[in-house]
Design a protein around this ligand. Structure first.
Ligand SMILES: Cc1ncc(COP(=O)(O)O)c(C=O)c1O
Length: 402
C-alpha cells in the first residue's frame, strides 16, 4: 500500500490540513521567552469564540479528551458527590466509569444505544431531588460510538425548570468545532474537547472550558489532582505561560486551526458538516441500510454508525476496506461491535473526499457479499451534493475553487 494515501474516515483523528501541518513544521521554541505570552493570550481569547463563551475560562492541557474529562471532574467535585449521567454508547459509558473511579456517586440512566441524553428523565430526576444532592449533570453531546447527537439546550431547560443548581458538564469531544455548541447560551459549566477531531490536529491536547460557577466550585472541590489542576494553570496562564512544559508545537497548530475555523465562520463550518453528513445519510438509505441512531433528531453530523445486515460483521467491512482499499473506517465498539461500522465525516473535508469513503465502503460491503447495489450510495450522495451545491459564477476566470 505505498501508492496514494490512506483515506482516513475514522471519527478522529481526522485529516490534518496542509496549513496546520505547515504551522507546526517549525523548530521547537522557548516556552519562557518574553514574546511567548502574546501568542498564548491571543490563543485563549480566540478559543473562547469557538466555545462561544464570553465569561468562561479556557484551559489547554497536554492530553486527550479523556484527560479533559478528568480535569473537568476533579477540579470541581469531591469524592462522594452525586452525579446524574446517562449511558448510551462507549464514550458516555467511559465518562461514567471515570467518575466512579474518582469516588463519585453516579446515578446512571441506561438508555438504548442509538438514542441520546434522556432529557425528560433528567427533568424528572432533577425535580425529585429537592435537597439538591445532585452536584453535576453529565451530557455527552455527540456519542461517537453510535453517531448520536443530544439536545444540550434541552438539558439546560430541565435544570432551569427544576430550579436546580447542579452544574452542567458536556462532553464535546466530537462536537465542538464541528457541530453547533453554545457554552454561555446553554449554561454549560464544563465543556470538554480534544485536538484531534473538529480542531483537525494531531492528538495531544485536552481543551476544557469552565464557567465562573465552575471556577467557584474549584475552590472547595476535594478530588485529588495535580497535573490537571485549574489553579496552577490559572496562575501561569494569566501571564501567558504554563505551569509545566507546554506542547508548543501543538499550540502553534491550535492557533492555526482556530484561525481556519473563524475564517470559514463557525456557522459555515456547521453547515458544511451538516451537508456532508446528509450525503452520507442519503447513501445509507440508498444501500437499504439503517443508521444506529434511531430517529432523525439523534442524527450526528460528525459520524454515522451504519448497521450491517444480520449475518455480517461490521468490523469485517472496516477490516477489508483497510486491507484492500487503504480506507480507514471506524469499528463498532463494545455493545455494537460487529453490528455497525462507522464513517467519520468531520474536520477538513469536502464532497469528493466523502464520496471516496462511500465508494470504498460500498466496494468492501459488496466484496463481503452484502447486498448493496453498485454505485447506489455514491450516486445518492452525489445527487444531494449537486442539488445543494453553492452557485458558481461561470463568467469568472477559471481558478481553483478555494
Ligand atoms: C465523545 C468522546 N468523548 C471522549 C472521547 C475520549 O477522547 P480521547 O480518545 O481523545 O481520550 C472520545 C474519543 O473518541 C469521544 O469520541
Amino acid at each position: 500500500m505505498t501508492a496514494g494515501h490512506n483515506s482516513l474516515f475514522i471519527p478522529g483523528p481526522t485529516n490534518l490540513p496542509r496549513r496546520l501541518r505547515l504551522a507546526m513544521d517549525i523548530g521547537l521554541e522557548d516556552q519562557r521567552a518574553p514574546d511567548f505570552p502574546p501568542f498564548v493570550l491571543k490563543l485563549f481569547a480566540d478559543l473562547k469564540k469557538v466555545f462561544k463563551t464570553a465569561t468562561g475560562q479556557v484551559f489547554i492541557f497536554p492530553g486527550s479528551g479523556t484527560g479533559g474529562w478528568e480535569a473537568a471532574i476533579t477540579n470541581t467535585l469531591s469524592p462522594g458527590d452525586k452525579v446524574l449521567a446517562s449511558r448510551f454508547g462507549q464514550f458516555s459509558h467511559l465518562w461514567i466509569d471515570l467518575c466512579q473511579r474518582h469516588g463519585l456517586e453516579v446515578e446512571a440512566i441506561d438508555v438504548e444505544w442509538g438514542e441520546g441524553v434522556p432529557v425528560e428523565l433528567y427533568a424528572e430526576r432533577l425535580a425529585a431531588d429537592k435537597e439538591h444532592k445532585i452536584k453535576a449533570v453529565l451530557a455527552c453531546h455527540n456519542e461517537t460510538a453510535t453517531g448520536v447527537t443530544s439536545d444540550i439546550a434541552g438539558v439546560r431547560k430541565a435544570l432551569d425548570a427544576a430550579k436546580h443548581p447542579a452544574m452542567l458538564y458536556v462532553d464535546g469531544v466530537s462536537s465542538i468545532a464541528s457541530i453547533d455548541f453554545r457554552m454561555d447560551e446553554w449554561g454549560v459549566d464544563l465543556a470538554v474537547s480534544g485536538s484531534q477531531k473538529g480542531f483537525m490536529l494531531p492528538t495531544g491536547l485536552a481543551i476544557v472550558a469552565a464557567s465562573q460557577k465552575a471556577l467557584e466550585a474549584y475552590k472547595t472541590a476535594k478530588c485529588p489532582r495535580c497535573f490537571f489542576d485549574f489553579g496552577d494553570m490559572m496562575r501561569s496562564n494569566k501571564d501567558g505561560y504554563f505551569p509545566y512544559t507546554p506542547a508548543t508545537t501543538l499550540l502553534r497548530g491550535l492557533q492555526a486551526s482556530v484561525d481556519m475555523l473563524l475564517e470559514e465562520g463557525l456557522e459555515n463550518v456547521f453547515a458544511r458538516h451538516h451537508r456532508l453528513a446528509e450525503g452520507v445519510r442519503r447513501a445509507v438509505d440508498a444501500w437499504g441500510l439503517e443508521l444506529c441512531a434511531k430517529e432523525p433528531k439523534w442524527y450526528s453530523d460528525t459520524v454515522s454508525a451504519i448497521c450491517v445486515p444480520e449475518g455480517f460483521n461490521g468490523n469485517d467491512v472496516a477490516k477489508l476496506a483497510y486491507l484492500r482499499y487503504n480506507l480507514s473506517l471506524g469499528l463498532g465498539l463494545s455493545k455494537v461491535a460487529g453490528k455497525v461500522f462507522r464513517i467519520g465525516h468531520l474536520g477538513s473535508l469536502n464532497e469528493l473526499m466523502v464520496l471516496s469513503a462511500l465508494s470504498g465502503a460500498e466496494m468492501a460491503m459488496r466484496d463481503l457479499g452484502i447486498q448493496v447495489e453498485a454505485g447506489s450510495g455514491v450516486a445518492a450522495a452525489q445527487e444531494h451534493y449537486r442539488a445543494t451545491a453553492r452557485p458558481v459564477d461561470m463568467s469568472r476566470a477559471a481558478t481553483a475553487a478555494m
